[in-house]
Design a protein around this ligand. Structure first.
Ligand code: NAD
Ligand code: DAU
Length: 350
């Protein structure tokens, strides 16, 4: 049986990865390590939390001693590392938290892998989940490929770029088997409502202003989160050691066009008159250092590992809206802060 440590499994993407691995690989033992910051929510995983091949460990990757003890005790076969501070706006107000978790936390995991996997590096795997933001910003044309140079602009992307470099350095220096993927913007269920799409859904639902930074002309490439989890599964199992894969939806949207599409869907789902939701759009001060455009070229992943996105954006966005409207309790618990009690009431007494 393979024992896999998934970090950040209580977050948005991590919970989709944990669910996929727990359900698809009953012969794997999945250990979900998460600090449960504001972004960690164990209610994301209620459907699989009782599975015999799943366990949760509350721990902080910035605590090297705690991480070392866990590696010594558990003898993991692989790590899929998603734990991170993930929100660009928060990185602008508090960069240090991003250095601590994204850089130091990643190095702590690498150090434990180095120490406890010694002599066995070729049988173990360290999979680092990263972002397209490490490549910087594009103008009107072009796409990021795996060979695009790093040029991060925000404290978030600088911290992720640094962690990518450390992962590659531990491969080149110590021979640890690593793989890295750099993905574009994800959307789907269980997304914390500080990010554009879930924030807009929540605000439109409640008749609140929908803040659009600057003129809404920035462009992002959106990918259905379950397609990202499937890509991670394929890359984890099939990529050669030391390889990097870009993951993206080939699905570029100007923010303002995306918000108008979302408003149209919300009008329909909430039985509102056409244009009612769009009247909530409010242009606000732009994000500092706001990258103009991201676009991922995922040809390598499509051609080498046969992965293609499964959902058209309009369909995925409609499914996302439906999920938020059907899961009102999840959303209310997140916005009220009640979700943070889930661990105390459901887990800590176990
Ligand atoms: P998220 O913020 O929803 O979840 C992050 C998780 O990490 C949370 O559960 C949080 O509690 C946990 N965490 C934070 N600090 C920790 C620490 N010190 N120790 C242990 N756990 C800690 O993030 P997400 O959007 O799911 O992103 C997951 C990963 O994917 C990140 O590495 C991010 O950089 C990367 N990524 C995200 C996107 C996206 O669109 N969201 C796109 C590409 C890559
Ligand atoms: O590209 C991958 C990255 O995508 C991930 O690495 C990050 O973890 C993830 O948070 C996401 O970063 P972005 O900054 O692109 O996502 P966000 O949802 O914060 O913003 C998307 C776009 O919408 C961006 O151009 C900023 C804009 N925006 C965002 C918010 C929160 C607004 O116009 N208004 C808002 O209120």
């Amino acid at each position: 049986m393979k024992k896999i440590l998934i970090t950040g499994g209580a977050g948005f993407i991590g919970s989709h990865v944990v669910r996929r691995f727990v359900n698809k690989y009953p012969d794997y033992e999945i250990v979900n390590l998460d600090k449960l910051t504001y972004a960690g929510n164990l209610a994301n995983l209620t459907d699989i939390e009782a599975s015999p091949n799943y366990r949760f460990v509350k721990a902080d990757i910035t605590d090297a001693v705690e991480i070392n003890e866990l590696f010594e005790k558990e003898n993991f076969d692989a790590v899929i590392h998603l734990a991170a501070e993930s929100h660009v706006d928060r990185s602008i107000t508090d960069p240090t938290a991003f250095v601590m978790t994204n850089v130091i936390g990643t190095v702590n995991l690498l150090n434990s892998a180095r120490e406890f996997w010694k002599g066995d590096y070729d049988k173990k795997r360290f999979y680092h989940v990263s972002t397209d933001e490490v490549y910087g910003a594009l103008g009107d044309t072009g796409m990021f490929t795996e060979t695009t140079g790093y040029d991060p602009h925000s404290p978030y992307s600088a911290s992720k770029a640094s962690s990518d470099h450390f992962v590659r350095a531990y491969h080149d220096t110590y021979g640890i088997d690593v793989v890295i993927s750099n993905c574009s913007n994800n959307y789907g269920s269980h997304h914390f409502p500080e990010k554009l799409i879930p924030l807009a859904i929540n605000n439109i639902k409640n008749g609140l202003p929908v803040p659009v930074y600057g003129k809404g002309e920035n462009i992002r490439d959106w990918l259905w989160v379950e397609d990202h989890a499937r890509a991670i599964d394929v890359i984890f199992h099939e990529a050669k050691t030391g390889e990097t894969y870009n993951i993206g939806g080939h699905n570029e949207w100007k923010n303002i066009d995306l918000i108008h599409l979302l408003c149209k869907i919300m009008d329909k789902k909430l039985g509102r008159a056409e244009g009612e939701s769009a009247s909530l759009i409010t242009f606000v001060t732009d994000r500092a250092g706001h990258d103009l455009r991201y676009a991922i070229d995922s040809t390598k992943l499509q051609e080498k590992l046969n992965w293609v996105p499964s959902l058209q954006f309009e369909e995925g966005l409609e499914k996302t809206v439906e999920w938020y409207l059907e899961n009102e309790e999840w959303l209310t618990n997140v916005t009220s802060g009640n979700y943070q009690k889930y661990y105390e009431t459901q887990y800590s007494a176990r």
